[in-house]
Design a binder for this molecule. Structure first.
Ligand code: SF4
Ligand code: SF4
Length: 447
């Protein structure tokens, strides 16, 4: 075995070998966990990233021999439960990722362990419920139900019951549901001429996402306004279900495949017709760009969708380089605290949102690139809420520096958690929490 540290070669990601029966074999999994945990024990670079690594190192340091050999294999799950699959250890820290012969892919090893747990039925009703974002959203946005759900989510007595019965932390601020779904009320596009650029297709298809459709439709409407203002024709994807990221995080790979089978055919058709596909939630974009291609490496439709998928600011900045973005911004934004969430960082497209916000005169940016601790549904769970707030604490402090006018994150859920962290510590803030797409719409002076 080599002892070479790091690699001069570009990292590569191996497909997830989940069709192989060995993937689900507990003995084979334990052997691989032991191998990788031992490498991490001697390395320890990732200690500050999340709770998974400190949990592992504490288990080792408090064991009889002070080495991994005296850590009970039954305790490995404690490490697995602390991982929320942000991918940051793989993408930004680890020198032993492939093609290094040590072949460390910590997030995908955690995913494999979660998949085995799920196969064994070791999963709470709460986790199945929270990861069914589409079903929850459809139910919670029914007229009358929506008012009841939103009321219950802010009532301390109801939240105490939810914590006891479901294990959803009473102290976590839950996003309200919208009375009007985005997809039902999206303005149709003007039939602008299609101007394909060198870097960007001239027409856009919008994958709404569960969060935008059911919780914050305003973000979707703002994206449409930005496209309209820049004379880019758009359409909604005809039919969509959840992207599958919440099910992936649960280890329910069969559910991911079922959702893929709903989403990919219409998306692949649009990709082949030359549309750029945009989603306004980084985790959903990442699901299509990275996770589905790694789960289905031989599926040409999945590949076509991944190639057509853009983060919305990646699209706008490249569109600007193609010469098709209007740069007249009558409305300064003042002081903006902007957070780059993990699932935007690991897309490897650079800081495109930051670049676009810098187009706006009279705007100063305080950019914070660090995990805010919410991480999908992980941070709302009773047993992880306190750890999640601890992880986010440095981000909350940095985002509140210099009395910002706006607090903004590409991940709308992280943005909510950051506001909660700021206000829990310092009381009501005068800063407005707005998505970067909304900020750009404001800067353009659009209603
Ligand atoms: S993927 Fe994220 S949460 Fe999981 S171990 Fe790596 S840094 Fe921690
Ligand atoms: S994931 Fe890589 S960088 Fe992080 S502790 Fe393990 S070996 Fe070290």
């Amino acid at each position: 075995m080599t002892s070479r540290e790091g690699s001069l070669d570009a990292p590569i990601r191996h497909p997830l070998d989940w069709r192989n029966p060995e993937f689900f074999d507990q003995g084979a999994l334990d052997t691989e966990l032991e191998r990788v945990f031992d490498i991490c024990h001697t390395c320890r670079r990732c200690v500050s990233l999340c709770g998974a690594f400190p949990t592992l190192f504490d288990l080792i340091d408090e064991s009889k021999s002070g080495e991994l050999d005296t850590v009970a294999k039954s305790d490995y799950v404690k490490v697995v439960d602390q991982c929320y699959l942000c991918d940051v250890c793989y993408m930004t820290k680890c020198p032993y990722v492939p093609p290094h012969p040590w072949n460390v892919d910590f997030p995908h090893l955690m995913l494999r362990a979660k998949a085995v747990k799920f196969r064994d039925g070791d999963v709470k009703f709460r986790d199945k419920l929270l990861s069914s974002t589409d079903r929850l959203g459809k139910f919670a946005t029914i007229p009358v139900v929506v008012q009841m759900v939103n009321k219950a989510n802010t009532m301390p007595a109801a939240r105490a019951v939810m914590e006891t019965t479901l294990g959803i932390a009473a102290a976590t601020a839950l996003p309200p549901y919208a009375a009007e779904r985005f997809r039902a009320h999206a303005e149709p596009s003007v039939a602008w001429p299609v101007r394909d650029g060198e870097r960007t297709p001239g027409k856009v298809a919008i994958f709404a996402t569960c969060y935008v459709n059911y919780n914050e439709p305003g973000i979707g409407h703002d994206l449409l306004k930005l496209l309209h203002h820049n004379e880019i024709p758009y359409r909604l994807v005809e039919k969509e279900a959840c992207c599958g990221m919440p099910k992936l995080e649960l280890g329910d790979l069969a559910a991911v495949e079922a959702l893929k089978d709903i989403n990919i055919p219409p998306l692949a058709k649009l990709a082949r017709e030359g549309f750029a596909i945009l989603t306004a939630v980084p985790s959903c974009t990442l699901m299509f760009k990275q996770e589905l291609p790694l789960m289905f490496p031989d599926d040409a439709d999945v590949r076509a969708v991944a190639d057509a998928m853009f983060d919305p600011f990646e699209y706008l900045v490249l569109r600007d380089r193609d010469g098709y973005i209007k740069k007249n911004f009558p409305q300064p934004l003042g002081h903006v605290s902007y957070h780059i969430p993990c699932h935007a960082r690991v897309q490897n497209v650079g800081q495109k949102t930051r670049e676009a916000l810098q187009w706006v005169p009279g705007t100063t940016l305080n950019t914070v690139e660090r995990c805010a601790g919410h991480d999908g549904t992980w941070g709302v769970k009773k047993e992880f809420f306190a750890e999640s707030m601890r992880i986010g604490k440095p981000v909350f402090a940095r985002m509140n520096e210099d009395d910002p006018d706006y607090v903004s994150s590409d991940c709308p859920i992280a943005g909510r958690r950051i506001m909660q962290g700021i206000e829990d510590k310092s009381g009501p803030s005068r800063a407005r929490r707005e998505h970067p797409l909304t900020l750009l719409r404001i800067a353009y002076g659009l209603d």
